[in-house]
Write a protein that binds this ligand. Structure first.
Ligand code: ADP
Ligand code: PEP
Length: 587
């Protein structure tokens, strides 16, 4: 099981339902739609497709709508143009582009002679020579091919664009209508920008977590206030490497990851991670190391951009990333750095419980930390302390389930809402650990959960339990599938020493003992316990023999009667036999 998650940008190379499902099978947890490309109508359709894929595949897939923010882009064009090194180019607000006159989405006339204007994440470099009204003339220092709607950066120049542009308003409408799981905010400067976007979503009647993209120098300076305000953070290295000196990016990346981790805020490392795989079948060594190092540093997720949006083999890229991450996570180096990086105790009770759960689980050799988490808060806190075993988050809220797909180490599971109290919550959370194979029947798990009381808010965990995970026995349900026929052998005290080989052992309601004798000889089990944890279920799973749970055999079906256990039909019995002599056989 991989802990760090994979975010994939969808685009022309990965838009069909089958392609999305294929990315999900390869390991995608979050599908990102970059609103700087395509139309709002198309994005509505894409969010629907991501939802359909989420319903089709087992592990949750969240949808992220990445809003353009106060960005400048080059004009939309069908065919790329070539900007020639040594030529002069005019930048104007327009929706067409030629090698001499490049249309932009917004004015850059605040630039002064000598300022740099960089296109396509800095691949094309120009220097401003003259500004005439709205027309900016620049010398092409380093030319190249320019395709549609590439990013434009004028480092160090305040272009005076609003936090929420007209384009963003359109995207916020899409978000309000389709409710993606995350909204990513581009070019934010301060924590206040995030609050403004939260407010804009609230005004539209939705509450969607905002991911702050750190891609300008100002945002790096205001990192703490942004981390405070945002649900999550993205190290958007494409623009960051243009807005700040390129050589600063590696350390800024490490600092952002460290601060987010200490704060328990999910962090995504983005852009050019496996860039050469846009066209080649194998990444460069440097790229493999880049992914590995982000994971070693503790990133929650790694992101693919053009590799999956317009690359030649999107699924292969995800598979490659999956392999790199899995290998790192299996290493001694990773285990060491994870142990060294456990955040100090936080200031909430949930922090304290989650931190204890992490060490408790390690000390007792538990298989999973299980967080029963209605709002996702307890699950996020569990992930913050980076246990060495999976975190199973059981939640009755479908949106929370998808949201948690972004977070390090969390396996989100949807469970039914229960009003039956703490035991039922713990039991269903433990069942989630079994269902996801994070734990096997009989394994110990550490359960974290909250019980709402009138004095405490919804978001606080107040219970930590060491629990043995075992099947919940429900209404005639078959625990282990299959069909088997054998002779009934009833036991009150678990003693099966004298039963016939291949017998169907019937255990009474509430039986909590163990079988005395050779369990290998059991052919099947009928357990009449109701809605409770069953030891028999653990045995059935272990031996892989059919078991029907919560089923009562009438007294007339005595020892020696032939019964069939059938996953479809339940317990089928034939020929009741005379019960005389039962006592003799048992002795
Ligand atoms: N929905 C889309 N439609 C067309 N092309 C896209 C789409 N999403 C991404 N791309 C392409 O993939 C490239 C890399 O993706 P990304 O890093 O998200 O974009 P950018 O660097 O333009 O912000 C983009 O520059 C664009 O060419
Ligand atoms: C992820 C990034 O943002 P965008 O793709 O919107 O340019 C980036 O700049 O690295």
């Amino acid at each position: 099981m991989r802990s760090a998650k994979i975010v994939c940008t969808l685009g022309p190379a990965s838009e069909s339902p089958d392609q999305i499902a294929s990315l999900a099978d390869a390991g995608m947890s979050v599908a990102r739609l970059n609103a700087s490309h395509g139309s709002p109508e198309h994005r509505r359709e894409m969010i629907d497709r991501i939802r359909e894929a989420d319903n089709r595949v087992e592990t949750p897939i969240a949808a992220m709508l990445d809003m353009p923010g106060p960005e400048v882009r080059t004009a939309p064009i069908d065919e790329p143009i070539e900007l020639i090194t040594g030529s002069t180019v005019e930048f104007v607000v327009d929706d067409d582009a030629t090698p001499e006159r490049v249309g932009l989405s917004k004015s850059i006339s605040a630039a002064k002679p000598g300022d740099k204007v960089l296109l396509d994440d800095g691949r094309i470099e120009t220097t401003v020579e003259r500004v005439d009204g709205e027309t900016v003339s620049a010398y092409v220092e380093s030319g190249g091919k320019l395709s549609s709607r590439k990013g434009v950066n004028v480092p160090g120049v305040e272009l005076d664009l609003p936090t929420i542009t007209e384009n963003d308003e359109q995207e916020l409408d899409v978000a309000a209508e389709k409710e993606p799981d995350f909204v990513a905010a581009s070019f934010v400067r301060t924590g206040q920008d995030i609050y403004d976007i939260n407010r804009a979503l609230e005004d539209r009647g939705v509450d969607i977590p905002v991911i702050a993209k750190i891609e300008r120098a100002g945002a790096v300076e205001n990192l703490d206030s942004i981390i405070d305000a945002a649900y999550g953070v993205m190290v958007a290295r494409g623009d960051l490497g243009v807005e700040c000196p390129l050589e600063d990016v590696p350390i800024i990346q490490k600092r952002i990851i460290r601060k987010c981790h200490q704060a328990g805020v999910p962090v995504i490392t983005a852009t050019e991670m496996l860039d050469s795989m846009m066209h080649s079948r194998r990444p460069t060594r440097a790229e493999a190391s880049d992914v590995a190092n982000a994971v070693l540093d503790g990133t929650d997720a790694v992101m693919l951009s053009g590799e999956t949006a317009i690359g030649d083999h999107p699924t292969r890229v995800v598979e490659t990333m999956d392999r790199i991450v899995c290998d790192v996570e299996a290493s001694e180096e990773y285990a060491e750095s994870r142990e060294q990086r456990v955040p100090a105790a936080g200031d909430t009770r949930t922090d304290a419980l989650a931190r204890s759960a992490r060490f408790l689980a390690r000390d007792i050799g538990a298989s999973a930390v299980v967080a029963a988490s209605e709002s996702g808060y307890t699950a996020l806190k569990s992930a913050k302390y980076r246990p060495s075993i999976p975190i199973v988050a059981s939640t009755p809220n479908e949106r929370v389930k998808r949201r948690l797909a972004l977070s390090w180490g969390i396996i989100p599971v949807l469970t039914e809402y229960t009003t039956q109290g703490a035991d039922a919550i713990i039991q269903s959370a433990a069942q989630a650990a079994l269902d996801t194979n994070a734990a096997e029947g009989g394994d110990t798990v550490v359960v974290l959960s909250g019980m709402m009381t009138e004095l405490e808010g919804l978001n606080t965990a107040n219970m930590l339990k060491v629990h043995v995970a075992a099947e919940t026995v429900a209404n005639g349900r078959s625990v282990v599938e299959g069909v088997t026929t054998g002779k009934v052998y009833r036991t009150d005290d678990g003693n099966i020493e004298h039963m016939p080989d291949g017998a169907i052992v019937c255990v009474p309601s509430g039986f909590e003992g163990e079988f005395v004798g050779d369990t290998e000889r059991i052919g099947g089990i009928v357990d009449s316990s109701q809605g409770m944890t069953s030891y028999a279920a653990i045995v059935a799973r272990e031996l892989d023999i059919p078991m029907i749970a919560d089923a009562k055999l009438p007294d007339s079906v005595g020892d020696g009667s032939t019964v069939t256990l059938d996953a479809e039909r339940g317990v089928v019995y034939e020929q009741p036999v005379d019960r005389e002599g039962d006592a003799d056989r048992r002795r």
